[in-house]
Design a protein around this ligand. Structure first.
Ligand SMILES: Cc1cc2nc3c(=O)[nH]c(=O)nc-3n(C[C@H](O)[C@H](O)[C@H](O)COP(=O)(O)O)c2cc1C
Length: 304
């Protein structure tokens, strides 16, 4: 019998625990040209805001050792075009869809979430209260426990299906923020968004990103993210989706052992868009070798 890869978060069942991370697979259209999205546990969309956002002018990405710095600035089509142009495609996909939502004010989050409530293809929403590279909104909401609770509670009032709060690593105590999100009514947590970073050109002496600061992602941040998942797992009751630096099945197992129920793959998709397929295949093999019946048997099983 092949091992069971199914997992459940807040009553939503996923075919496997491997999801794409927001901003790394757009709205799924390009990935679907490479393989059926039914191979994924879920597709997480690019952050959607109330208005269209062009994002920051280029250069907005820089490679660093073991990582990628980006200051895209939440470029996205906005909720009107998302509903009109992207939802018809997403409705046809045989995978769970998690719509990531961003806002500059709590009212903006509420407006986008309430419009998504009528959109049945949004199985869950993921609240981006942790974007490090926009001037207003984003990370401000996710670095204050009070604002985290208030933002989640406001979204909770208008969106009737499960809500995931996506947390920032750029805080003193991520467990405190996690508990605030739970108080606000979040059903799950995504941990982590990118880590604030920057880089300078040594000839021109100018920052390499027009926005100066960006968000560091990729293998460089995995140990940071793992420690944060571990801390929140011990101090908060909500299910966790682990994110940061996942490139292969071994990374996924580390996240599950530290308490994640599922994971998201981001930067690795730019290197190999098929990474999730390989991860799923290798994960199955690992479970068989370890004689485990279900992937859920790994959750939180690190031996301390
Ligand atoms: C180019 C790029 C764009 C991103 N855009 C978003 C976004 O719109 N919303 C969001 O919540 N996270 C965004 N992220 C963060 C990822 O979803 C993820 O949290 C982060 O990249 C860490 O995972 P990784 O190391 O596997 O890339 C973006 C990351 C990258 C690299």
């Amino acid at each position: 019998m092949p091992a069971d890869l199914k997992c459940k978060i807040a009553g939503v069942e996923f075919a496997n625990p491997i999801m794409t991370a927001s901003g790394c697979a757009g709205y799924g259209e390009e990935l679907a040209q490479i393989y059926p999205l039914s191979n994924l546990g879920a597709l997480v969309t690019k952050s959607i805001s109330l208005k269209v956002r062009p994002g920051h002018p280029p250069p907005r990405t820089v490679e660093t050792p073991g990582g990628l710095l980006n200051a895209i600035g939440l470029a996205n089509v906005g909720i009107d075009r998302f509903l009109k142009e992207k939802v018809p495609f997403l409705e046809k996909q045989k995978t769970k869809v998690i719509v990531n939502v961003a806002g500059s004010t709590i009212d903006e989050y509420v407006e986008v979430c309430s419009r998504l409530n009528d959109c049945s293809c949004a199985d869950m929403i993921e609240l981006n209260i942790s974007c490090p590279n926009v001037n207003e909104g984003g990370i401000e909401f996710g670095t204050s426990p009070k604002l985290t609770e208030k933002t989640v509670a406001a979204a909770r009032k208008v969106f009737k299906r499960p809500i995931i709060a996506k947390l920032a690593p750029n805080v003193t105590s991520i467990a405190e923020i996690a508990n605030a999100a739970e108080q606000g009514g979040a059903d799950a947590l995504s941990i982590i968004n990118s880590v604030i970073g920057t880089a300078v050109d040594i000839d021109s002496w100018q920052p390499l990103l027009t926005n100066i600061n960006g968000g560091l992602t990729g293998p460089a941040i995995k140990p940071i993210a793992l420690a944060m998942v571990s801390s929140v797992y011990r101090k908060c009751n909500l299910p966790i989706i682990g994110i940061g630096g996942i490139t292969d099945y071994k990374d996924v197992i580390e996240y599950l052992l530290y308490g994640a129920t599922a994971v998201q793959v981001g930067t690795a998709l730019f290197v190999d868009p098929s990474a999730p397929l390989k991860i799923v295949k290798d994960l199955k093999k690992y479970l068989k070798e370890k004689k485990l019946k279900s992937v859920t048997e790994l959750i939180g099983k690190v031996r301390r």
